[in-house]
Design a protein around this ligand. Structure first.
Ligand SMILES: C[S@@+](CC[C@H](N)C(=O)[O-])C[C@H]1O[C@@H](n2cnc3c(N)ncnc32)[C@H](O)[C@@H]1O
Length: 452
């Protein structure tokens, strides 16, 4: 007989802790190794793991309150994750505590034997007795209380409390815990967008055109996931969040313009630009990571995107490209992904505050590296909501490079943050932020810097 949903999830979590790869890839590995090839089962387990991952901080707070003489961190990975799954079941999924406990005990008994199984039984007995208020009352301060209640990292709560204030921060975290909107990009260089809408509808995927960003469709409802439809298989559409497409839209190239995407893989923003220009741009796509470049090459073949692809480090790009110049340059560097907590909840637990500062240093280095290559505009975007990776990076860049001016990138979203920790950003209304709780998108920052 196959493994239960709970046991598969425990295996996925154990693997995720060990590898820190994406949840999706952990689900795939575990299910393939168990001989599960049905994609519907993959989808169900992935969705279940995502929901659990969103609640991980709250679940661990229940466990910390129940595990005596030890810490959740120090437990055996099988014990820890069986406890997490059972706690998730009883506190968030309305599963009867006795049923959730029995399943966890069975999993640990099979894997580790009687002693650990008895321990799991005792801990879950205590978890059953605890209420959310019991757990929140144990928090040492307001930051920890909010972090537990909404299951977000403490650094995130601290930083965004400063930036947004409490009421709005709570709305942001609530939005991060909901199902995110799904958007599709249409490859208008391959297919008439109206035809795609009809083809998707025929297969039970209802979409509506986004009113703000061309070629973006919002998925309203679906009988089958869009990824299983003919338009997706044929490369006519691909998933892309509206905010990510908007960042690329900010470049607004004219037909024939040359565009450099300095951190391009796996190619979504480049593909959006190519589709928008119906193929009438000269696209150069650079990335440093060979695996992601391979993925981009595969994507471009499927999506019918023609581009010159180069493996290079964007901080040294001027030398690599022999001082070539481009009309427009896009910099979409690695970031904390703190705007994508709804879609990739696992990043809440892998990226720490010290990483945020490290990302910011890397972002500035890439911007500096590519600035000389931009003849007209330089667009900087991240799927992060921190000031450190956004307004602060732009401020430091502009302080050194006096040849650029921020110009409103598009008529959508909110202005940037006006001040933070004694710094003022006088151009804050000429950069743009999209927020999950305000705009039903990922959290995104876009600055369009033009040569003055
Ligand atoms: C946020 S992702 C880009 C996503 C892409 N723009 C899209 O829309 O599909 C950041 C990319 O930057 C690449 N990268 C990181 N450091 C780099 C560097 N120094 N030079 C060039 N690419 C870099 C990473 O490999 C990664 O693919």
């Amino acid at each position: 007989m196959g493994l239960s949903r709970q046991e598969l999830t425990v295996r996925v979590l154990v693997r995720w802790e060990r590898t820190r790869r994406s949840l999706r890839s952990c689900v795939k590995r575990v299910l393939l190794s168990e001989g599960v090839e049905d994609h519907k089962v993959w989808g169900t387990i992935h969705a279940y793991c995502m929901e659990l991952m969103k609640r991980l901080r709250t679940i661990d707070a229940f466990l910390e309150a129940a595990v005596r003489n030890s810490s959740v961190r120090d437990l055996d990975p099988w014990v820890r994750n069986a406890l997490r799954v059972a706690t998730f079941e009883m506190k968030f999924n309305d599963v009867k505590p006795a049923i959730a406990t029995n399943e966890a005990v069975k999993i640990v008994l099979d894997e580790l034997g009687e002693g650990p199984a008895r321990f799991v039984n005792a801990v879950l007995y205590d978890v059953e007795e605890l209420s959310m208020d019991d757990v929140l009352d144990r928090a040492r301060d307001e930051i920890e209380r909010l972090a537990i209640e909404y299951s977000h990292p403490e650094w995130f709560v601290r930083h965004l409390l400063d930036t947004l204030g409490r009421e709005e921060l709570e709305r942001l975290m609530e939005a991060n815990n909901r199902e995110p909107e799904r958007y599709l990009r249409v490859h208008a260089h391959l297919i008439d967008p109206d035809k795609v809408v009809l083809e998707l509808e025929k297969e039970g995927v209802v979409v509506e055109e986004d009113p703000d960003v061309p070629l973006i469709l919002r998925v309203v409802e679906h009988d089958v996931p869009p990824v299983r439809t003919e338009p997706y298989r044929r490369g006519w559409v691909a998933y892309q969040d509206k905010a990510s497409a908007a960042a690329a839209y900010a470049l607004r190239p004219d037909p024939g313009d040359s565009v450099l995407d300095a951190c391009a893989a796996p190619g979504n923003k480049s593909a959006y630009l190519y589709a928008l220009a119906e193929g009438e741009i000269e696209l150069t796509c650079v990335d440093v990571n060979p695996r992601r470049l391979r993925e981009m090459r595969r994507n471009f073949r499927r999506w019918g995107v023609e581009a010159r692809i180069r493996r290079a480090d964007a901080t040294e790009l001027e030398r690599e490209l022999d001082s070539e110049r481009f009309d427009h340059v896009l910099v979409d560097p690695p970031c904390s992904s703190s705007g994508a907590y709804a879609r990739s909840p696992e990043t809440r637990w892998t990226v720490r505050w010290r990483h945020v500062n490290r990302y910011a240093r890397g972002q500035l280095a890439i911007l500096r590296g590519v600035a000389p290559l931009a003849e007209h505009s330089l667009v900087y975007s991240t799927c992060s909501v921190t000031v450190v990776e956004n307004e602060e990076v732009v401020r430091r860049f502009l302080r050194e490079e006096d040849g650029f001016e921020p110009e409103e990138p598009f008529d959508l979203g909110s202005p940037g943050v006006e001040r933070w920790r004694g710094q003022r950003y006088p151009w804050h209304d000429r950069v743009r932020r999209l927020w999950p709780h305000r705009h039903r998108t990922e959290g995104f920052f876009t600055a369009r810097l033009v040569r003055s």
